[in-house]
Design a protein around this ligand. Structure first.
Ligand SMILES: N[C@@H](CCC(=O)N[C@@H](CS)C(=O)NCC(=O)O)C(=O)O
Ligand SMILES: [Fe+2]
Length: 356
């Protein structure tokens, strides 16, 4: 079974694609974004997938790739186009290569035009292709920087993309209107730059009059991406380090019961249940402070913003919302007790007033 997720980076309108093979648990990410790498790692973890390769369709001009950061954290390989000029990858892809994940694989097609090293990745079976910034939905990538070449793009699309089956789904690296997917048939008929009947010279004329401003991040992004996204002084997104925490795909820092027990004496624990639950059979954690969720905003001044804070409740749901509220109020180090008091007790940990 194929696992497929389309993820977005709203700042740069970039799509990142996760493809996983359920049987083997192996996965690849296409065009991960530096600022979203922890989110992507959390999703892989929650889906029980192991990232084998991070692939960039090209040297991006508008955002920094997450490839280096994902390799650093998860130990995956980095694959880039040999023709792209980036250094520090583990694989340099050529036209016709395959990138495997479990029993599945992506076929590499060279589709220069937006940059000299642009790749389109075609899933085995030809039901899906990832066109990078070559063919976009009812558009194309621009061809006015980074070895851009409108003639090369026209030929790339006609020879490598429009030759795929009509119902092959096409997923671009960007969409600036929030559109998510198209198909070969749709683009052959309706792409305003490339539909049937539009000649190469017409396309070149169209592309020379786009009048787009340069991407805002180009001076930072291109040098960083030529090093596969190695930070070199740029701030690295990190998981808070005051305790062994994990970050969920929902965006909440979490701590497991055994880890909380280790640090409980040094941090503040806030129990956001109602008073009758606090004195009920699950009991409460020694030293915790009771602040019901409904009173958290008005009573936040009773808490120390500078101290790491763990929130808890019965199951870990209300306390996850408590973390969100505390963060909004300026608590920069806040995490949720995963599974709440139920998991705490199931782990055999002590609770004041708890009944067996
Ligand atoms: N406003 C965006 C521009 C991004 C941009 O130029 N994107 C390139 C892909 S890297 C492109 O081909 N855009 C096509 C278009 O905007 O129609 C930014 O500053 O990042
Ligand atoms: Fe691009």
């Amino acid at each position: 079974m194929l696992i497929f997720r389309q993820l977005s980076d709203p700042t740069s309108s970039t799509y990142t694609y996760l493809l996983g093979d359920r049987a083997s648990g192996e996965a690849v990410l296409i065009d991960p974004v530096f600022d979203q790498a922890l989110r992507d790692a959390a999703l892989l973890d929650e889906l029980g997938l192991r990232l084998v390769t991070a692939i960039d369709t090209h040297v991006h001009a508008d955002h920094v790739t997450g490839a280096w950061l994902l390799r650093h954290r998860l130990g995956c390989a980095i694959a880039v186009a040999a023709a792209g000029g980036a250094k520090g990858a583990d694989r340099y892809l050529e036209h016709g290569d395959r990138v495997a994940f479990g029993a599945r694989s992506l076929e590499v097609r060279a589709t220069p035009g937006h940059t000299g090293g642009c790749l389109t990745l075609v899933l085995d079976g030809h039901g899906m292709a990832f066109t990078g910034d070559c063919l976009l939905i009812r558009g194309t990538g621009r061809t006015d920087f980074q070895q851009g070449d409108a003639r090369a793009m026209y030929r790339s699309v006609h020879s490598q993309v429009f030759t795929l089956p009509a119902d092959c789904l096409l997923y671009p690296a960007h969409d600036y209107r929030g559109l998510t997917v198209t198909s070969v048939e749709e683009e052959r008929r309706f792409n305003p730059r490339l539909a049937q009947g539009i000649a190469e010279d017409d396309f070149v004329g169209y592309m020379s009059h786009l009048g787009l401003a340069h991407p805002k991040q180009i001076d930072v992004a291109v040098p960083a991406n030529l090093a596969c996204g190695q930070p070199e002084g740029r701030e690295e997104p990190t998981i808070q380090s005051w305790a062994p925490l994990t970050l969920t795909f929902a965006g909440i820092h979490e701590i497991q019961p055994a880890a909380l027990e280790e640090v409980a004496g040094r941090i503040q624990v806030v129990d956001v249940r109602e008073p009758e639950e606090w004195s009920g059979p699950l009991g409460h954690i020694t030293g915790a402070r009771l602040v019901p969720l409904g009173q958290l905003i008005e009573r936040a001044h009773e808490l120390d913003r500078e101290q790491p804070t763990v929130t808890t409740c019965r199951s870990g749901a209300r306390s996850a919302q408590a973390v969100v509220i505390l963060q909004r109020l300026g608590f920069t180090r806040a995490a949720n007790l995963a599974g709440g008091m139920i998991r705490w007790r199931a782990a055999g940990l002590h609770a004041e007033g708890g009944k067996d």
